[in-house]
Design a protein around this ligand. Sequence first.
Ligand SMILES: *Cc1c(COP(=O)(O)O)cnc(C)c1O
Length: 390
Amino acid sequence: MTDAQWSPAERVRGTGASVFTEMTELARRTGAVNLGQGVPELDSPRGLLDEVAAAVLAGHNQYPPAYGTAALREAVAGHQRRRYGLEYEPQGEVLVTTGATEALAASLLALCDPGDEVLAFDPCYDAYPAGARFAGARLVPVPLAEDGDRFVLDADALRAAVGPRTRVLLLNTPHNPTGKVFTEAELAAIAGLCREHDLTVVTDEVYEHLVYGTEAHRTIAALPGMRERTLTISSAGKTFNVTGWKVGWVCGPAHLVAAVAAAKQFLTYASGTPYQEALARALGGVEEWAAELRRTLQRNRDLLSDGLVRAGLRPYRAEAGYFVQADIRAWGHADGVRFCRELPTRAGVVAIPTSAFHLSPGAPSYLVRFSFCKREKSVLDAVEKLVNAV
Ligand SMILES: *Cc1c(COP(=O)(O)O)cnc(C)c1O
């Protein structure tokens, strides 16, 4: 068989080179300021780095238990109790994974049979449709609505998307790419629908510590009748600026977590022993660290949002996370992909078209995502270039 005849399996077809790869390569080639991918340029807690080095040298280098080290499982359970008043048994209700990415994939593999449907709000993180596809399931996008400079739940669209094959609602709050934090009322509406239709919720909360201003992160598992049907996923990557470590975790009732562990055991079995040892200690002091990180990120968000206004690229409100959405139509563009391909030469800046996260056929094409998890200088440089390019 020749290369030309060969074709990969259906489940990976078309998931190869993405617009992320293209834009990262464009940034490298043109030397543009890269506000594309959400890779932090910010420091990690020094004590945490020292702890990893010490754990490696102390010999914590072999397989940890399949569910994760006891110390990290206990630290995660303590974190959920202190922050959200939720009790999880460290033995059986907490599973450590290779990043949130593996927790998501293993959850979908554990919960979906071929032909099942998974609901997710659109736009959504690109691992969601891929994970559903690996499980033989179909991701059904539920568009978020625009309300001024915010994105909001469209409860009617959500209700209309539920069908006889719907098994899972995949929630992401704080939300990537929009920076939306789901409100108490929105979560109550979602929870009501999940109870009514007996859906399992998988909630991706990797930005749980990165909420700015007055809106607060709430976890849907804390709502009445939800703990028993919810898998809550988070990760160290975004909270501690250690995206290369790939340590995540999932909490939930033992029968759901056991199913996820059954899938996870044959994806990676386990990983990251020294990182787990170090993170177990760091998680106890996360509130202090996260308060400082939020100050840095919020300043960057404000600099970027103000700069986008001055450049005539109308920003949406980023309540949380790493990203600001902008409306590019004032620059005479309606197509975010073309805009992002031209932006490095026009302005010396790289961004990502939000269409890379959109699955609904009628989704807006005029949105572009800029990341601000960067050094302040990178954000200021990008702003200056955008303003001068007008
Ligand atoms: C970054 C990100 C992840 C991946 O987390 P890892 O711990 O690096 O696997 C998952 N979900 C969302 C929404 C993210 O932004």
